[in-house]
Design a protein around this ligand. Structure first.
Ligand code: MGD
Ligand code: MGD
Ligand code: SF4
Ligand code: MO
Length: 777
C-alpha cells in the first residue's frame, strides 16, 4: 500500500497523481472538439458577448495580435473570419476574464499562503486591478497609489551603489514600444542587466544562427512553408504550442511537400490534423501530417544531423556533382573542407545509433528524402534548444542546408518556431544583455548619453547574482520569473534576498508571492484592451516568428480604471528615476506611442518609416540579408561548423527526463489539469515512462514515485509524488510537466554558449513512495 504524503510547497491545492485518469494518447489534433474546448474555457472565464468580441478581433488587421504564440498570420486578404486556434482562444479569454482581484483579496490571503498556492489557482483568481505593495516584515499586500509606488522604486534605484545592482527582466508578451522604453530606461540608468525569457527559450537558436548565417532569426515565410518540398520538424509540439502551424503544414502537403517529424513523443498534431475550418477537417479523417515519424532519444538530434551529413557527403563522393550544391558552397560559404574532414573523422555509426535510438535505415530514408528535395525547411523549438548541446545541434542542421544550397532561396531555410508572441520583437528592440556595440552607439547618439558597454546578466547569471546578494532590485515586465527559471528552490531563495521586487503584470502568479523584502505589483493593460492616452487611442506593434511587424489594437474595456499601460508605467518610472539626466521625452512617449516608433525608426535597422508602415494592414516584413544571399558573419560568408559528437547518458537505473508543456497551459500557468491529446486528465503530477523502462525498474503504471535528479557535484533534487504513466515515449526518455519539474533542473545545468537551462535533458531516478510499513525519513 502506498501512503499519501502531505502536500509540499510545490503542490498546494493541486490534484495528486492518483486523481489522474488516463486514456490512450490521441492520434489526431484539432477538429470539432478543439472548437468546443476553446468555447468551454472562454465561457467559463467571461461572458458570451465578450467571448464573441475577443474572438472576432484576434489576428484581424484592425484587431489585436493573438497573445498565444509567435506563429505568423496569413496575408491580410487570405485570413479567415476566425483566424485563431483553440489555444489562442483560451489564451485571449484567460486575459479577458471577467474575474477581478481587489484589495479585499489581498486582505484575505497572506503572501505566505499565496506562495503555497498552485499556479493554476493563482491565475484563476482573475485580473489584477490596482497597485499593491508588500512592506518589509508584513505578510500582506496593501493598496498603494501609482505615485507612491513609482516613487518607492525610483528611491530604491537611486540609492543603489551601482546600477548593476538592478535587473530588468522581460517576458516576450511585451510589445515593441514598452520593450524599447524598458531597455532605454535600463541603459540610461546605467546597466545592461536585461535578462529575458528568451534566455530560457530560443537563445541557442540565436547563438547558432548568428554565428553561422549572420542573423539570429529564421529566414522563411509562410509562403516558403507552403512551397517546400521537404520539411523536417524537430523538437516541437505544434498541435498544442503553435496550432496554426498545422494549417501551414497541411497546405505544404496539399502541394506535394513531404514532412518528417522527429520527436521522442508521438504527438497527436504531428500525426494527423483535422482542420476545423474545412469540411474535410470537420467530417473527414483530416490530413496525415508527418509522412515519417522518427522517434528519437532525447538530445539525439545532433547525432542525427551528423549522420545525415555524413551520408550526404558519401553520396556525393559516390556520384560527384549530384548531391552537393557546389556553386553555392564555393561562392557563399566558408569552412567546408574543415567540416568535411571533421565529419569523416568523427562520425561513427555505433555512436549515432546509441545517441539517436534510431535505425540506420530510418536515417538513410531521410537522406533519400533530402536528396530528392530541391527545397528543404528545418523547423524546431524547445526540443533542440534546451539541451546542453543545443547550439552545436542547430549549427549542424545549418551545415545540412548549406551543403544543399537550401538557404536563401524560396521554399527553403531555417525556421526556429518562436514561443511568446513578441519574443523576437523584444530582442529586435534591444532587450538583450549583450546587444552589439553598434546598437548601443546608435541608441546613445539618438538620446545623447553613453550606454554601458559591458555585457549585463542573463537569466541564469541574474539568479546567481541574486543568490549572492549582488542584486538589490528586480523588476519584471510580464512573466513569472520564479516559476519559469530552473532550480526553483534556489531561485526562490535568490528572489527573497532582493530588497525590492517589482512586477508589471496582468494576472497573479507565484512570483508576486515569492518576493523581495518590499514587493510591488503594478497591474497593467493586456493586449486585448483599449489603450487611451493623452494623444488618443494607442496601438502597439509586434514581430512574429517570421519577422513580420504589425500593429495590435486593443478592443476591450480595461479590466479596471486603475490600470496603466506598460508604456505609461515605464515612462513615468524612468522620469521619476532619472529626472532630466537624459534627453528622453518620456512624457511624449506616454502620450503618443508614435513618438516612440519615430525614435525606434532612427535607432533600429529595418524600421525606417515605421509609423507609416505599421499602419498598413498586415504591417511590413523586416529584411533578412540571408534571403539576398548576404551573410553578415565574420568573413561575410555562411559558415560551416565543426561540432563534436555529444549524447546524453543516464547511469544504470536512471532515465533522462524532459520537462514540457501540456495542451492546457500557457508556460508557467496551467489552465486545467488535463492534457487531452496525450490522454492525461485530472492531474499534472504524472510522469510518462516507456513500459519497457517500467518493467526494467520493477515499477508499474499507476505507481507513485518521487523524481530525483542527480547532478555532477553530487547534489540531488527532488520533485515529490508523481504518478507513473506507461507511455509510448522513446525508451530511456521520460517526460513530465513544466513548471512542476523545474525544481529538478540544477542552476548550473546549462547549454554551452547560450547558457540556456537544460530543461529537456535532466538525469533522474524514480524513487518509489515508501509503503506505510516503512518508516519515512
Ligand atoms: N498552448 C501553448 N502554446 C505555447 C506555449 C504554451 O505554454 N502553451 N508556450 C509558448 C512558448 S514560450 C514556446 S517556447 C513554445 C514551445 O513549444 P514546444 O517547443 O513545442 O514546447 P514543449 O512543450 O516544451 O515541447 C517540446 C517538444 O519537443 C519534444 N522534444 C523534447 N526533447 C527533444 C529532443 O531532444 N529531440 C527532439 N527531436 N524532440 C524533443 C517534446 O517531446 C515536445 O514535443 O510554445 C509557445 N506556445
Ligand atoms: N523546465 C522548463 N522551464 C522552462 C521551459 C521549459 O520548457 N521547461 N520553457 C522556458 C520558456 S520557452 C519560456 S518562454 C519561459 C517563460 O517564462 P515567462 O515568460 O516568464 O512566463 P509566463 O508563464 O509566460 O508568464 C506569465 C505571466 O505573464 C504576465 N502577463 C501575461 N500577459 C501579460 C501582458 O500582456 N503584460 C504584462 N505586463 N504581463 C503579462 C501574467 O502576469 C502571467 O502570470 O519559461 C521557460 N522555462
Ligand atoms: S497558432 Fe498561436 S498565434 Fe495563432 S491563434 Fe493559435 S495560439 Fe494564437
Ligand atoms: Mo519560450
Amino acid at each position: 500500500m502506498r501512503v499519501k504524503k502531505p502536500p509540499t510547497a510545490d503542490q498546494a491545492g493541486e490534484p495528486t497523481g492518483d486523481q489522474a485518469e488516463i486514456t490512450p494518447p490521441k492520434k489526431w489534433a484539432a477538429g470539432v472538439p478543439a472548437v468546443a474546448h476553446a468555447l468551454t474555457y472562454s465561457l467559463a472565464e467571461t461572458s458570451a458577448p465578450r467571448t464573441a468580441l475577443t474572438l472576432l478581433n484576434i489576428n484581424q488587421t484592425k484587431g489585436f495580435d493573438c497573445p498565444g504564440c509567435a506563429w505568423p498570420d496569413p496575408e491580410p486578404g487570405s485570413r479567415h473570419m476566425n483566424e485563431y486556434c483553440e489555444n489562442g482562444a483560451k489564451h485571449v479569454n484567460d486575459e479577458a476574464t471577467t474575474r477581478r482581484i481587489t484589495a479585499d483579496f489581498f486582505r484575505r490571503y497572506p503572501v505566505s499562503e499565496l506562495a503555497r498556492s498552485s499556479d493554476q489557482w493563482l491565475n484563476q483568481q482573475g485580473r489584477l486591478t490596482e497597485p499593491m505593495v508588500k512592506r518589509p516584515g508584513s505578510d500582506h499586500y496593501e493598496p498603494i497609489s501609482w505615485h507612491d509606488a513609482l516613487g518607492l522604486i525610483a528611491g530604491e534605484l537611486q540609492g543603489l551603489d551601482s546600477p548593476d545592482e538592478a535587473v530588468f527582466y522581460t517576458s516576450g508578451r511585451a510589445g515593441n514600444e514598452p520593450a524599447f522604453v524598458l531597455q532605454l530606461f535600463a541603459r540610461a540608468f546605467g546597466t545592461n542587466n536585461l535578462p529575458d525569457c528568451s534566455n530560457m527559450c530560443h537563445e541557442s537558436s540565436g547563438a547558432a544562427l548568428h554565428e553561422t548565417l549572420g542573423v539570429g532569426k529564421g529566414n522563411v515565410s509562410l509562403t516558403d512553408i507552403y512551397h517546400a518540398d521537404l520539411i523536417l520538424t524537430l523538437g516541437q509540439n505544434p498541435g498544442s504550442n503553435h496550432p496554426r502551424m498545422l494549417s501551414a503544414l497541411e497546405e505544404c502537403k496539399r502541394r506535394g511537400g513531404r514532412i518528417v517529424a522527429v520527436n521522442p513523443l508521438p504527438e497527436a498534431g504531428l500525426l494527423r490534423f483535422k482542420n476545423p475550418q474545412t469540411p474535410r477537417g470537420v467530417i473527414g479523417r483530416g490530413t496525415q501530417i508527418a509522412d515519417d515519424f522518427l522517434q528519437i532519444r532525447l538530445g539525439g538530434d545532433l547525432a542525427l544531423f551528423q549522420a545525415l551529413n555524413l551520408l550526404l557527403l558519401e553520396a556525393e563522393e559516390a556520384a560527384p556533382g549530384t548531391v552537393l550544391d557546389r556553386s553555392f558552397i564555393e561562392s557563399h560559404t566558408s569552412g567546408f573542407a574543415d567540416f568535411v574532414e571533421h565529419i569523416h573523422k568523427t562520425v561513427n555509426w555505433p555512436d549515432v545509433l546509441a545517441a539517436t535510438g534510431l535505425t540506420r535505415e530510418e536515417i538513410e530514408h531521410v537522406r533519400d528524402l533530402v536528396m530528392d528535395s530541391e527545397r528543404v525547411i528545418i523547423c524546431w523549438a524547445m526540443g533542440l534548444t534546451q539541451h546542453k548541446h543545443g547550439v552545436p545541434t542547430i549549427r549542424e542542421l545549418v551545415n545540412l542546408l548549406l551543403m544543399r544550397g537550401s538557404i536563401g532561396k524560396p521554399g527553403s531555410g531555417v525556421c526556429p518556431v518562436r514561443g511568446h508572441s513578441n519574443v523576437q520583437g523584444d530582442r529586435t528592440m534591444g532587450i538583450w544583455e549583450q546587444m552589439p556595440q553598434k546598437f548601443l552607439d546608435d541608441l546613445g547618439r539618438e538620446f545623447s548619453f553613453t550606454p554601458p558597454a559591458a555585457h549585463g546578466l542573463d537569466t541564469v547569471n541574474s539568479i546567481r547574482a541574486m543568490r549572492e546578494g549582488r542584486i538589490k532590485v528586480f523588476l519584471g515586465l510580464a512573466g513569472n520569473f520564479v516559476r519559469a527559471t530552473p532550480d526553483s528552490r534556489v531561485t526562490e531563495e535568490a528572489m527573497r534576498r532582493c530588497r525590492l521586487t517589482v512586477h508589471i503584470s496582468t494576472k497573479l502568479n507565484r512570483s508576486h508571492a515569492v518576493c523581495g523584502e518590499t514587493a510591488l505589483i503594478l497591474p497593467t493593460l493586456g493586449r486585448s484592451e483599449r489603450d487611451l492616452q493623452a494623444g488618443g487611442e494607442q496601438f502597439i506593434t509586434v514581430e512574429d516568428s517570421m519577422s513580420q511587424v504589425h500593429a495590435s489594437h486593443g478592443r476591450l474595456e480595461p479590466a479596471s480604471k486603475l490600470l496603466l499601460s506598460e508604456v505609461a508605467i515605464l515612462s513615468r518610472l524612468a522620469r521619476r528615476t532619472l529626472g532630466d539626466q537624459v534627453a528622453v521625452p518620456w512624457e511624449e512617449f506616454e502620450a503618443d506611442y508614435a513618438s516612440i516608433r519615430d525614435r525606434i525608426a532612427r535607432v533600429v535597422p529595418g524600421f525606417e518609416n515605421y509609423n507609416a508602415r505599421a499602419a498598413k494592414p498586415g504591417g511590413f516584413l523586416l529584411p533578412n540579408p540571408v534571403n539576398e544571399g548576404v551573410f553578415a558573419t565574420e568573413g561575410g560568408k555562411a559558415r560551416f561548423s565543426r561540432n563534436d559528437f555529444e549524447m546524453l547518458h543516464a547511469p544504470e537505473g536512471h532515465l533522462i527526463l524532459q520537462s514540457l508543456r501540456s495542451h492546457d497551459q500557457w508556460n508557467t500557468i496551467p489552465y486545467t489539469t488535463n492534457d487531452r491529446y496525450r490522454g492525461i486528465h485530472g492531474s499534472r503530477r504524472i510522469v510518462m515512462v516507456n513500459p519497457a523502462d517500467l518493467d526494467a525498474l520493477g515499477l508499474a503504471d499507476g505507481d507513485r514515485v518521487d523524481l530525483v535528479s542527480i547532478w555532477r557535484d553530487g547534489t540531488e533534487r527532488r520533485a515529490e509524488d508523481f504518478r507513473l504513466v506507461a507511455y509510448p515515449t522513446t525508451p530511456g526518455c521520460a517526460a513530465a510537466y513544466y513548471p512542476e519539474t523545474n525544481v529538478l533542473v540544477p542552476l548550473d545545468s546549462v547549454a554551452d554558449i547560450s547558457n540556456t537551462p537544460t530543461s529537456k535533458g535532466i538525469t533522474v531516478r524514480l524513487d518509489p513512495l515508501r509503503s506505510a510499513a516503512m518508516p519515512q525519513t
